[in-house]
Design a protein around this ligand. Structure first.
Ligand SMILES: [Zn+2]
Length: 119
């Protein structure tokens, strides 16, 4: 990633909470937590809206594995699709707990859930 006016490309990853990184994806804590104990996203390093199906499946597995550690003991967490995405240049998915007290809980209920995972 390098600075080009895109908020995500301009991120200094050394200052972010990075949970995972490979040549294609990075998993980082989201900038706004919206009242959740943890909230993170898996995002492509390159600008793209579509990723190959195999990469999509890999992203779900990576996010699920990281979520099982980060949300351990919280019951369940979900991987959401990008319906209400604020970043539109990078393909990404957000993972969050299901805290009814969180600020975006209503929005979470309106968003498509790709996976619900017990933890
Ligand atoms: Zn970018």
């Amino acid at each position: 990633m390098s600075g080009n006016g895109c908020p995500l490309c301009s991120l200094d990853l050394s200052k972010e909470r990075v949970f995972y990184e490979d040549g294609y994806f990075v998993v980082i804590r989201t900038k706004t937590m919206k009242g959740h104990s943890e909230r993170f996203m898996i995002v492509t390093k390159e600008h793209t809206h579509d990723i190959p199906y195999k990469a999509f499946e890999a992203a779900l597995d990576i996010a699920a594995n990281i979520g099982r550690k980060l949300f351990k003991g919280r019951g369940k967490f979900i991987i959401m699709d990008s319906t209400f995405a604020t970043i539109n240049q990078h393909w990404h998915l957000v993972c969050t707990d299901l805290d009814p007290e969180s600020k975006d809980f209503r929005q979470i209920l309106k968003t498509g859930w790709l996976r619900v995972i017990d933890c």
